[in-house]
Design a protein around this ligand. Structure first.
Ligand SMILES: Cc1cc2nc3c(=O)[nH]c(=O)nc-3n(C[C@H](O)[C@H](O)[C@H](O)COP(=O)(O)O)c2cc1C
Length: 175
């Protein structure tokens, strides 16, 4: 009887501690946004999941004039540039799931996302991309992320132009 009670206590402890470890799994929403659309999607994802937020900010500010900005973005693609990022994610290793958000620039993720992906070791982590755009889909940028992070699980992601799709998508991911 005493033995049976010990087994039961042991089992309860195992279940309890596995619950704690999944509650401790940390989520990050890292995003770049030039004119605010991707930022508001990032904030919604953070609210829905309880994730920490990190804004990717360029050192050399992108022009607010649209044509100047598209010209610079186009140059950065042609030069395979790595625009510098202002701050670093604190305790990056603690995160096991990382949402990465960005606007589509020239049918792809902006080159500053390449900088971000090369700044940390994403091995073993789950990456969940999302974007906003003027209509271009997220697909091409997913290929780019998978090339940078061959040892990560990179989900297909969401083109979040229709805000009503965000909450059901987050739910479908199991959050
Ligand atoms: C430099 C630049 C390039 C862009 N290229 C594309 C594109 O190829 N396809 C597209 O659908 N929208 C394109 N857009 C529009 C943005 O993706 C869209 O406005 C996005 O929602 C902006 O997000 P943000 O407010 O977070 O910066 C481009 C915008 C800029 C400034």
């Amino acid at each position: 009887m005493k033995f049976l009670r010990s087994i039961l206590i042991l089992f309860s402890l195992m279940i309890f501690s596995s619950g704690i470890s999944s509650a401790e799994s940390k989520i990050l929403v890292a995003y770049f946004s030039h004119s605010g659309s991707t930022q508001s999607v990032a904030e919604e994802i953070s609210n829905l999941t309880g994730a920490d937020l990190f804004r990717i900010v360029e050192v050399d500010t992108y022009p607010s004039v649209y044509k100047e900005c598209t010209d610079r973005a186009s140059r950065e693609v042609a030069e395979n540039a790595r625009p510098s990022i202002r701050d670093q994610v604190q305790n990056f290793d603690e995160y096991d799931t990382i949402f990465i958000g960005y606007p589509i620039w020239w049918y792809n993720a902006p080159m500053i996302i390449d900088t971000f992906l090369e700044s940390y070791d994403f091995s073993g982590k789950t990456i969940i991309p999302f974007c906003t755009s003027g209509g271009s889909p997220i697909g091409v940028s997913i290929d780019k992320i998978r090339l940078h992070c061959p040892n990560s699980k990179v989900l297909d992601g969401l083109t979040a132009n229709d805000r009503s799709k965000i909450a059901p998508w987050i739910q479908s991911l199991g959050f």
